[in-house]
Design a protein. Structure first.
Length: 71
């Protein structure tokens, strides 16, 4: 029993943690929003709340992209 406990070791990867940059995060959220919009279109959901949420998310993402492009 003791040998089994001694042999246990941390199996986690030895690679350092990598975090997304702000540009990567914005790209992922924009693509995810577009995928959600595609799913809503395919399913034929006509709920105004869903469409207002998606249009707001797409508008914010595009607005941030345009602001970054100007700077």
């Amino acid at each position: 029993m003791l040998r089994r406990q001694k042999r246990k070791h941390d199996v986690r990867s030895k690679m350092p943690a990598r975090h997304m940059t702000s540009i990567e995060f914005r790209a992922v959220t924009f693509i995810t929003t577009l995928i959600l919009a595609g799913v809503v279109i395919v399913l034929g959901i006509k709920d105004p709340v869903v469409w207002s949420f998606l249009s707001t998310a797409i508008g914010i993402s595009l607005g941030q992209a345009i602001q970054i492009g100007r700077n």
